[in-house]
Write a protein that binds this ligand. Structure first.
Ligand SMILES: [Fe+2]
Length: 309
């Protein structure tokens, strides 16, 4: 079956479901078959990077495979931090608002993460966010993971690149007519990049203000809400392309016919990486420099949580 059809089938099962939590759970075996199937993953990536805009505009660590209404299927990259420091946050503590997420590790050793109790970020006193830890674990290939809506969590940079397949949906069918119209427009749009722009507008339409009550960090021994959070990019195009190609090499995506074809329309940095991939020359797993405003250590976070509560 064509990859698009497989992805669309997953999306339609979620669209038809009245209880999205149960459907995420029900789809998990099927989902595991997909993220462990390298032929499937290779094809999904090829379908995505055949669009020259993906490399040209490479500034974040996602590959969107399908955007259909409220359902998004994507590959997420978790590269190391370039200076090699350990247990550094990949992003601030955050939650995904109204979205449910099922995630499985495609490649690499996985990443360390802390999940907090759903909505525990809403317990704020004197500016201190009283997050309650649910679990501290390493998300690896062996286990599929589910992140609930409004469930804060934090991910730490791994030592070497890890990639995940992510399945997102809203927590319940969206009944509001205005929202339905919005989602229909997103699905109808041909261009992925305009779809992505509409998704962030959708957050606003659903009452999730992406800059308020979503991001948190440790400060002076306490967890506080991050003010004016902003992450326009994960890094420069050069950095991100290196992460992407390092991942392609990790999963042995080295189909010469395909790569020579996409090389023709690729930006110069990607052309060099295409050659390295085809010749088998090791692509260093440099990772990303990150940003000081999103850089916190696991120790700082653990020390800021009142674990006695
Ligand atoms: Fe997240």
């Amino acid at each position: 079956m064509k990859t698009t059809l497989i992805l669309k089938k997953l999306a339609s099962e979620l669209h038809a479901s009245k209880n999205r939590h149960i459907t995420h759970e029900k789809l998990s075996d099927e989902f595991k078959n997909l993220y462990t199937d390298m032929d499937f993953i290779h094809q999904c990536i090829k379908d995505c990077i055949i669009d020259p805009k993906v490399f040209k505009n490479a500034n974040n660590l996602f590959f969107y495979l399908l955007i259909s209404g409220d359902v998004i299927i994507a590959i997420n990259l978790f590269p190391p931090i370039a200076d090699g420091a350990l247990d550094i946050t990949h992003d601030n503590i955050h939650h995904h608002g109204w979205r449910l997420l099922t995630t499985g590790v495609i490649s690499g050793d996985g990443y360390e993460t802390i999940t907090f109790l759903k909505k525990s970020h809403e317990n704020i006193s004197n500016g201190i966010v009283n997050l309650k830890v649910e679990d501290i674990y390493k998300h690896t290939k062996s286990e599929i993971k589910f992140v609930d809506s409004y469930q804060p969590h934090v991910v730490f940079h791994p030592k070497s690149t890890t990639a995940t397949l992510a399945l997102w949906s809203s927590e319940k069918p969206l009944l509001n007519q205005k929202i339905k119209k919005y989602l229909k427009n997103i699905t109808g749009m041909g261009n992925f990049f305009s779809k992505i722009a509409r998704i962030s507008k959708l957050d606003n339409a659903l009452g999730l203000n992406p800059t308020k009550g979503v991001y948190f960090h440790p400060e002076n021994g306490k967890i506080v809400e991050t003010q004016n959070y902003s992450k326009p990019t994960d890094g420069s195009r050069e950095e991100i392309l290196n992460c992407m190609f390092s991942f392609f090499q990790q999963i042995k995506l080295n189909d010469t016919n395909f790569l020579s074809k996409i090389k023709k329309t690729a930006p110069p940095e990607a052309q060099i990486l295409c050659d390295m991939l085809m010749s088998g020359e090791p692509i260093p797993d440099y990772g990303i420099k990150g940003n000081i405003r999103r850089r916190f250590s696991k120790k700082e976070i653990l020390e800021s949580l009142d674990l006695k509560k």
